[in-house]
Design a protein around this ligand. Structure first.
Ligand code: AMP
Ligand code: MG
Length: 401
């Protein structure tokens, strides 16, 4: 099929339209145990110094360094100081306290001698080795100063971030929640993986792949599975998902043929636009809003490679926007292409490829149904709209996947 460039909407304009519609999710306060994967909607500061007090980094003895001028030295032990002890006495010159890791340093002490350098005595201790003044002391504020921003707004919360949030005493944090995305496939020919294939059937892959892509992009996916090519069944299934979704992704049923349930079901609403975007694969695209809450819906083409590439170009940036993160087309690197490429005029091609260092090798199978080639690829070569031939050895733009 030929398309005059004027029929086709540029890739950048399609993404711009999407990003103009999609809004960051409203921030909400979450308990720390539910905040994993969410994005901070506030700067988090330390309410106190961390550590909050000078304390011992080792099990040993708190001493005055000058008392170790000559070793071995024998010193009386005045008390035991354990982590969590509510009060600790000062020590004077010539005295020592047995101290455990994390226990507050007694006033007057300036050094901790590890137990390994002593006889481990409890009434008196013999210290065999000298240590530097200040040894094994963790100073108040040496990790974080009171008022320091420990995590900035826009940070995605992983395990280490949960750690510092708890470490600065936070039980609740203001976050943009993880977007909940319903993923729905259409196609009368689709059989659920794990069931036998009938005549003319293929196993349904897109809902699994797109749900996984949502999770990789930081969202929470509900895989609804697939529905047949009946627009009414499609619309009923969609409707049932809207209550729990911040966005919907569909695959299939948006092309130029008959039996296109997504296009037929959604077109009458007037809130979803079906367009031809100047790209290959993935030319038929739809985007708009559905339901009372005007939930964004991405109606991706059904060919598996087309739906994947569409996700990378359009849905992933939108999910970032929903999380309050900067959103744009994926960034590219440059590499030398070691084969000749062809690309249709007026459409931007995204060719599956393997990137190794500054060399990129296009995959053999460039058909939009060739899922195995996609799975073997780790990059997309981008060929601009006005380029139809790329000689071997040309430097090209590449999206690492
Ligand atoms: P469509 O966009 O519905 O016209 O589908 C285009 C091509 O993609 C057809 O060959 C479909 O069989 C195939 N296809 C559509 N949906 C899926 C799916 N969920 N999983 C695998 N292949 C699909
Ligand atoms: Mg179909």
């Amino acid at each position: 099929m030929r398309h005059s460039p004027s029929d086709l909407k540029p890739v950048d304009r399609h993404l711009a339209d999407i990003l103009a519609t999609v809004r960051p999710l409203a921030p909400l306060e979450l308990d720390l145990e539910r905040a994993l994967g969410a994005v901070l909607a506030e700067d988090v500061t330390a309410p106190v110094d961390l550590p909050p007090f000078d304390n011992s980094a080792m099990d040993g003895y708190a001493v005055v360094a000058a008392d170790l001028a000559l070793v071995p030295a024998t010193l009386p032990v005045t008390e035991d100081v354990a982590a969590g002890d509510p009060s600790v006495h000062a020590i004077g010159p010539g005295l020592t306290a047995r101290i455990m890791t994390g226990a507050p340093l007694p006033a007057g002490a300036d050094t901790v001698v590890p137990v390994e350098y002593t006889d481990g005595g409890t009434a008196h201790v013999v210290v065999h080795r000298q240590v530097e003044r200040g040894n094994a002391i963790r100073r108040a504020g040496e990790d974080v100063r009171v008022g320091d921003v420990v995590l900035a707004e826009g940070t995605r919360i992983g395990a280490a971030q949960i750690g510092i949030l708890a470490g600065v005493g936070r039980r609740r944090v203001l976050v943009r929640p993880v977007p909940r995305v319903a993923v729905l496939s259409t196609g009368a020919e689709l059989a659920e993986p794990g069931t036998p294939l009938g005549y003319g059937q293929i196993w349904e892959s897109n809902s699994f792949m797109l749900a996984a892509a949502v999770r990789e992009a930081g969202g929470e996916a509900f895989r609804v599975g697939s529905v047949t090519d009946d627009p009414r069944v499609f619309m009923e299934t969609l409707d049932a998902q809207l209550v729990r979704a911040d966005a919907v992704i569909t695959s299939g049923g948006v092309s130029m043929g008959a039996y296109e349930p997504v296009k037929e079901g959604l077109s009458p609403l007037g809130t979803v636009k079906f367009e031809k975007v100047a790209m290959q694969p993935g030319m038929p695209q739809g985007f708009g809003v559905v339901g009372d809450d005007q939930i964004p819906i991405f109606t991706l083409p059904g060919n598996p490679v087309s739906s994947y590439v569409s996700f990378v170009l359009f849905v992933r940036p939108a999910l970032r926007r929903m999380q309050g993160l900067p959103a744009s087309l994926p960034s590219t690197v440059q590499a030398v292409c070691d084969a000749r490429l062809r690309s249709p005029k007026g459409r931007r091609s995204y060719l599956r490829a393997v990137l190794s260092g500054d060399k990129v090798t296009p995959a053999r199978g460039q058909g939009s149904h060739q899922l195995a080639a996609l799975a073997a690829a780790d990059a997309l070569i981008v060929v601009p709209e006005d380029v139809t031939e790329v000689p071997e050895g040309t430097t090209v733009e590449v999206i690492p996947l």
